[in-house]
Design a binder for this molecule. Structure first.
Ligand code: SAH
Length: 256
């Protein structure tokens, strides 16, 4: 997989992508990354990438010419035509399903906005426009890093242990992940569920499934709409919801 980003601050990517799990995956050749300075595609002395909006208003907008030239130029390079992703708070919400879909692309080119955003005409270049959430960032670079991180960890070999990306929040069940515990078995008077110490894998699996359903019902009931649940699990979710709307019921978890 080849990731590329076009940005006016191309230096911000490498420190993150060279650290920890992603750094190891990058060095092992699981993915490649290149950042391109948008100013390479300007032709004036000041290397201008922005201009005032027609119709007035605050701030500056990114001009269309450098962005068109950058995307056209980069698309003509290399063997595979890139899948071109723009970022905007107005884009489609990025989620685990989108990460999974993008992980099958050969080459992804991210175009990062800054300032007040971009001239609307640039979106003609986009294969898709993504938002990383309902809030406004100062630029698309963090959004690109979020997407690269979520996609890269799905690539074969990225996590070392290929199973670790399989059984997590949102995937494949559409539910949140079950509660997890590590040593010590008793910490400040709080123990861990006995079943997890039992060594009985069948019971552990059943407990984990139930924990997923409960946690999803408690914190993200919106996810239950698309989830495949047995009648028993639906009833469990309904009970958790009812408790939740009742008087301050909870399981002592800080997440509630
Ligand atoms: N004026 C715009 C926001 C511009 S923010 C508006 O109100 O919609 C500047 C740039 O940051 C955007 O062009 C985009 O590339 C990036 N950005 C900001 N918030 C984002 C978000 N939630 N998701 C993805 N990109 C975002």
């Amino acid at each position: 997989m080849i990731f590329e980003a076009v940005s006016v601050i191309p230096e911000v990517f490498d420190p993150y992508l060279d650290a920890s799990v992603l750094g190891r995956a990058r060095r092992a050749g699981v993915f490649e990354f290149a950042a391109h300075d948008l100013r390479e595609w300007t032709h004036d002395r000041h290397r201008t990438v922005d201009d005032a909006p027609f119709g007035g208003g605050q701030g500056m907008l990114m001009k269309p010419e450098p962005i068109f030239e950058a995307v056209e130029d980069l698309s003509a390079r290399g063997t595979a035509r890139p899948h071109v992703v723009f970022f905007s708070p107005c884009g489609a919400p990025f989620d685990e399903r989108a990460a999974e879909r993008l992980s099958h692309e050969e080459r992804l080119l991210f175009v990062c906005g800054r300032y007040e955003g971009m001239d609307e005409r640039v979106y003609a270049l986009a294969d898709e426009v993504l938002s990383v959430g309902d809030y406004v960032l100062t630029g698309g670079e963090l959004a690109a890093l979020v997407v690269i991180d979520a996609v890269a960890r799905l690539l074969p070999g990225a996590l070392g242990d290929d199973m670790s990306a399989v059984d997590e929040s949102f995937s494949p069940s559409g539910l949140l992940e079950y509660a997890q515990y590590t040593r010590p078995a008793s910490f400040r008077g709080v123990g861990v569920p006995e079943v997890l110490l039992s060594g009985d894998h069948g019971r552990v699996d059943a407990w984990r499934r139930q924990s997923s359903v409960e946690r999803t019902a408690r914190w993200r009931p919106d996810l239950l709409v698309g989830a495949e649940l047995t009648d028993e699990e639906r009833e469990l979710a309904r009970r958790v919801r009812a408790e939740r709307t009742g008087e301050g019921a909870g399981d002592g978890s800080p997440l509630q």
